[in-house]
Design a protein around this ligand. Structure first.
Ligand SMILES: NC(=O)C1=CN([C@@H]2O[C@H](COP(=O)(O)OP(=O)(O)OC[C@H]3O[C@@H](n4cnc5c(N)ncnc54)[C@H](OP(=O)(O)O)[C@@H]3O)[C@@H](O)[C@H]2O)C=CC1
Ligand SMILES: O=C(O)C1=N[C@H](C(=O)O)C[C@H](O)C1
Length: 278
């Protein structure tokens, strides 16, 4: 244990499913200090972040929708290490949130999915110009990193692969950020997958899923009762090789989130993917 000054942390989307988990995880980490809890949901304005997250004691950190004033406040605390903002908000707002944070010199750790490749490239250019670290992590669980590594290994030997991602039905974006990243990792091998043997006709649009880079197909399932799950299914004559990851509790993401908060200030540019900081 060191007695260094703790890293100031702002959580954006603090009242959400992930935000509440992050409040608990940050509060329990002695090297981090929760300085701000942002959320736009009207019913939680002014509520104490600790009470919202189910902690026994209030944290004296009220939920507010005032992002820029909070960024300015934390950036002004010159005696503290550089501030970090953790974003678990919504695909529609994450791009602007990250740009604002970088403009204030606050390092973004982004879990929110749904950013386009073009938006990620724009944010990378912006972070590079500002010499500011930024982490975009489509999936913070170690199990998913291991699944992806196994999938990369298998992709050298299989020419046919389809991804099925399954999530709770409050998820705004499809396919999941994890499935898109998994498909990108497979495509990096540079070979085309799933060459058709017959001319296919979709009798219902979307029946064969979406086609990502190099022909990797992604299918999205949304149901109450699910949290977050992904299968990568490889096929070859006479055999099927299936990789599957299941989450049963959102606490599985917290070791990755805490690692990212600690690492982002050591970076001077944007890094995409948990595997790059392990
Ligand atoms: N990278 C990873 O490992 C993981 C990523 N995710 C991703 O994180 C994101 C959030 O997920 P989850 O917590 O389940 O979602 P929730 O809907 O439970 O939480 C999002 C919260 O953010 C609030 N919000 C919406 N827009 C803004 C904004 N502009 N500024 C501040 N707050 C805002 C919402 O308020 P309101 O409800 O009023 O709109 C809500 O309270 C999703 O993109 C999801 O895919 C989720 C799990 C793991
Ligand atoms: O919305 C979720 O829940 C999740 N979103 C992320 C994604 O889109 O990949 C990560 C994980 O799958 C949970």
């Amino acid at each position: 244990m060191t007695n260094q000054t703790p890293i100031p942390v702002i959580i954006n989307g603090a009242a959400g499913k992930m935000g509440r988990e992050v409040i608990k995880a940050v509060t329990q980490a002695p090297d981090l200090t929760l300085m701000g809890a942002i959320d736009t949901s009207p019913e939680h304005q002014g509520q104490d972040a600790g009470e919202l997250a189910g902690l026994s004691e209030p944290l004296e950190v009220p939920i507010t929708n005032q992002l820029e004033p909070m960024l300015g406040y934390v950036a002004g605390e010159r005696q503290l290490p550089p501030g970090v903002i953790v974003d678990f908000t919504h695909p529609d707002s994450v791009y602007d949130n990250v740009r604002s944070a970088i403009a204030y010199g606050i390092r973004p750790v982004v879990g929110t999915t749904g950013l386009s490749s073009e938006q990620i490239q724009n944010l990378a250019d912006f972070a590079e110009k500002a010499s500011t670290g930024c982490l975009i992590i489509p999936n913070f669980s170690i199990g998913m990193v291991l699944l992806q590594q196994a999938a990369i290994a298998a992709s050298q030997y299989f020419d046919h692969v389809e991804i099925i991602e399954l999530h709770h039905n409050q998820k705004a974006d499809a396919p999941s950020g994890t499935a898109i990243q998994t498909a990108q990792l497979l495509a990096e091998l540079g070979k085309p997958f799933n060459q058709a043997l017959v001319e296919e006709t979709e009798k219902l649009p979307g029946a064969r899923g979406s086609v990502a880079e190099e022909g990797v197909r992604i299918h999205s399932v949304r149901l109450p009762g699910l949290i977050a799950h992904q299968e990568v299914i490889f096929g070859a004559p006479g055999q099927i090789y299936t990789l599957r990851h299941d989450t049963s509790d959102r606490s599985c993401y917290m070791p990755g989130v805490l690692l990212a908060i600690r690492k982002v200030s050591q970076l001077k540019s944007l890094v995409y993917g948990l595997e790059k900081i392990l």
